[in-house]
Design a protein. Structure first.
Ligand code: SF4
Ligand code: SF4
Length: 320
């Protein structure tokens, strides 16, 4: 039996919605098949008021052993570091986050807001939001660079806006069943099993990427979304085309560019007008190239690819 507590800071509840839609395993499977005891969750918990405060205090004191502390949303520290803009159960949420993180065996940040700050931490960041252990790409965040939970692991980051349902439940199960050591974390503390490959891995438009055939509108059934529509699939670490959404599709399969939501900088360019769904170029060359490709190599590769493109690459071949 592993006790799990889930709290929510500056959030839209998107990751809770995602969690409740999980299929492999489902949220119910966590309880019935994997022995996870959900102590409290914002959408599922029944305790209120003093009862909830007592439960949280018992987790902090150790009277109730806290195995997994899951946090969704940013840590709101405004105004002036007090956290008073986000009070919960009688005190600033940030104080509960500090105490519960110290008490837990494992701390898991779910979604971009909890991992790196996400949209709320975008400049000018009026809520002074931070991720649990990162603020965008900078390590530290709210808990600080040196934080490790009782297990010895830092915060396990499961990013996404929202995170895919099954990324959430599979990581929770791995931790609850004693396999946390097998997860392996990358430099941003993301589980490598999900975040070592790219959104582009498994994309049905890869042939069009290779021949530099571009889609020019959302939903087109041919063409790659990188050249004009700002797709970040070649530089975003996610399994979105390996572990499909709703078990059947992904953004790029549906003709919608990947926006890079699993990377610390999301949303890119601070959402400045003209930067979303538009490939930023200098002299016709994208400012950001596929990870590991240099400018010279890109120019050589794409000019050869365009010349070599077969006629079918321009036809509607239903890559959705
Ligand atoms: S649509 Fe995006 S992910 Fe798919 S091949 Fe093109 S750049 Fe890569
Ligand atoms: S396709 Fe890209 S933007 Fe969409 S969920 Fe996956 S990583 Fe995020």
């Amino acid at each position: 039996m592993a006790n799990l507590l889930w709290l929510q800071g500056g959030a839209c509840s998107g990751n809770t919605m995602s969690f409740l839609n999980a299929e492999e395993p489902s949220a119910c499977d966590l309880v019935t098949d994997f022995g996870i005891n959900v102590l409290w969750h914002p959408s599922l918990g029944i305790e209120l008021g003093e009862n909830l405060q007592k439960l949280l205090r018992d987790c902090v004191s150790g009277a109730i052993p806290l195995d997994i502390f899951v946090f969704e949303g940013t840590v709101v520290t405004a105004p002036n570091g007090t956290g008073m803009w986000n009070r919960f159960a009688g005190r600033p949420m940030q104080d509960w986050v500090s105490d519960l993180s110290k008490a837990a065996q494992f701390v898991v940040a779910i979604g971009d807001c909890a991992t790196w700050g996400g949209i709320p931490a975008t400049a000018p960041n009026p809520s002074e939001s931070k991720g649990l252990q990162f603020l965008k790409r900078a390590k530290g965040g709210y808990l600080g660079d040196a934080f490790v939970a009782k297990s010895g692991l830092p915060v396990i980051n499961v990013p996404g806006c929202p995170a895919h349902p099954d990324w959430i439940t599979q990581i929770v199960v791995a931790v609850a069943t004693g396999r946390a050591g097998d997860i392996g974390l990358d430099e941003f503390q993301r589980p490598k099993t999900f975040f070592q490959s790219f959104t582009q891995t498994g994309c049905t438009r890869n042939m069009h990427f290779a021949y530099k055939v571009s889609a020019t509108e959302f939903g087109q059934r041919k063409g790659c979304l990188f050249y004009d529509l700002g797709c970040r699939g070649p530089m975003t670490h996610s399994p979105c085309n390996r572990i499909l959404w709703n078990r059947q599709s992904s953004k790029t399969r549906a003709g919608m560019p990947c926006m890079g939501c699993t990377e610390p900088e999301f949303p890119f360019f601070d959402l400045a007008p003209g930067t979303v769904f538009k490939t930023q170029t200098v002299m016709g060359v994208p400012k950001e190239l596929p990870l590991g490709v240099d400018k010279k190599g890109y120019i050589a590769l794409t000019s050869a690819a365009k010349n070599a493109a077969p006629r079918w690459a321009e036809q509607d071949i239903f890559v959705v």
